[in-house]
Design a protein around this ligand. Structure first.
Ligand code: CUA
Length: 338
């Protein structure tokens, strides 16, 4: 069959779209990151959002198919095939009313479903674990006020227990979003937004800051780590402890961290380091990632200390111009902070 020229360019366009789509999915799977996607919810709250998302998605796809279908049909069917001017028509009262009323009804229906979801309630809220969530340029801080410690980047929660997040910001507006766990909520400076969920199964759930917050916005991921209640209690016990005394090379590192420039920004509980600008480092070694970007290994820690900017462009952590010996000592110290 001979393909007419105008169809050939469409075919090319459709092919390019398909290739771009496949590349998108492929790069996602190669990066190994589970994309923040509201499928497979692990809480009732996320399930409610996912259900709404599905309805909106299918209605949007149906609208797209109908509108594009009519458009493509018209372009093909009524294509001008000679040099004559086609019949000039305009206005059709019936049609104008139809394409005003139909979208209004669709939007009203979606609004109804959205309000229904917003006021659906969600899971039971007895004996909640309350965590203060603070967005920073560009990391998430989690303050477990009842237990007197703070962590960063990774929010650890028990399964089967209501969690209340008091979400705020230390600088600009961020947005806390872990799609499999719950909805999306803004982190506004000087204001606290509440978010509730109960995670039903253990696992690690990926999220991302969802409000443009400056140059490091794309490098502001977040993870929710849900543990069985026993594992969670053990984790809390470990986190409550202050940093243990160290010896040898690690002690040299401790000296650099707690009396040097690091202590201006970072806290290590039990030492002289009480800075509040950067993440609390008291149990840094218990976290799976550095800066939300790198796996927490000694090699990566050393690479991060040598040049934070190259691993997380825009990060407020400056390059301290540390010598190799200093980095070695600091890494020896930080890896003791379990
Ligand atoms: Cu924080 Cu975008």
């Amino acid at each position: 069959m001979r393909i007419p020229p105008y169809l050939r360019s469409w075919t090319r366009g459709a092919l390019a779209l398909a290739v771009a789509g496949a590349l998108f999915v492929w790069t996602g799977s190669v990066a190994g990151a589970e994309p923040p996607w509201p499928a497979n919810p692990v809480s009732l709250e996320a399930q409610q959002v996912a259900r709404l998302y599905q309805v909106v998605l299918w209605i949007a796809l149906a609208v797209f198919a109908v509108v594009e279908g009519i458009l493509v049909y018209s372009v093909v069917r009524f294509r001008r095939r000679d040099e004559t001017v086609p019949a000039q028509v305009h206005g059709h009262t019936g049609l104008e009313i139809a394409w005003t009323v139909a979208p209004a009804l669709i939007v009203a229906f979606l609004a109804f479903l959205s309000f229904q979801t917003m006021f659906a309630g969600g899971s039971a809220r007895e004996h909640p674990l309350t965590v203060q969530v603070v967005g920073h340029q560009w990391f998430w801080e989690f303050r477990y006020l009842d237990d007197g410690f703070a962590t960063a980047t990774e929010l650890v929660v028990p399964t089967g227990r209501a969690v209340r997040l008091d979400v705020t910001s230390a600088d600009v507006i961020h947005s806390f979003w872990v799609p499999r766990v719950g909805g999306k909520i803004d982190a506004n400076p000087g204001f606290v937004n509440e978010m509730w969920f109960t995670v039903e199964e253990p696992g690690t759930f990926q999220g991302q800051c969802a409000e443009f917050c400056g140059v490091g916005h794309a490098y502001m991921p977040v993870r929710v780590l849900a543990l069985d209640p026993d594992d969670y209690e053990a984790w809390v016990e470990a986190q409550r402890a202050a940093a243990a005394p160290v010896q040898g090379l690690a002690a040299e590192g401790e000296d650099l961290v707690t009396s040097g420039a690091c202590s201006v920004c970072h806290t290590v509980r039990g030492t002289a380091a009480v800075g509040l600008v950067g993440p609390d480092l008291t149990h840094l070694a218990s976290r799976s990632q550095i800066g939300g970007m790198l796996a927490n290994t000694p090699d990566n820690l050393a690479a991060w200390l040598a040049d934070p900017q190259s691993h997380k462009p825009g990060t407020r952590m400056p390059n301290m111009g540390l010598s190799d010996e200093e980095i070695e000592a600091i890494v020896a110290y930080l890896t003791t902070l379990e």
